[in-house]
Design a protein around this ligand. Sequence first.
Ligand code: THU
Length: 147
Amino acid sequence: MNAAALSPGDRMLVKAAEEAMNRAYAPYSRFHVGAALLDAEGGVHHGCNIENAAYGATNCAERTALFRAIADGKKAGSFQAIAIIGNTEAPITPCGVCRQVMVELCDPDMPVIMSNLQGDFEVSTVSQLLPGAFTPISLTKGEQPHS
Ligand code: THU
């Protein structure tokens, strides 16, 4: 699908994600990813992937945006949408860890706009991207009996 069919607001969010992509710190994979998270007040929180010589310490663009917004005082569940962009053939798709973090910090129905530099996009929701997720509610009956 082409970006012509995205709403002007969604197009703006994809553009913001592309700006963030240019700030990726990815000397190992050289795979640059950008994200832009729209908060309840219309503010945009940018995220890029930030890699590390100890590869496991790498942070994806989506989590960078989400963690920044939370650290800046925004509330879990209050976000309107997130856009993600990469230089991929098909629209970029978030990794499993980022899906889990989105389930924790975003409304299940929050739109996730996945895109690429050619202007292709796909729109899904947080719950559609991780069906059967382990959520905060899953913890409520999870206490183990004392032995
Ligand atoms: N990456 C993201 O930032 N977001 C995604 O949705 C997929 C993967 C990053 C992690 C790593 O820095 C690089 O892309 C290659 O996996």
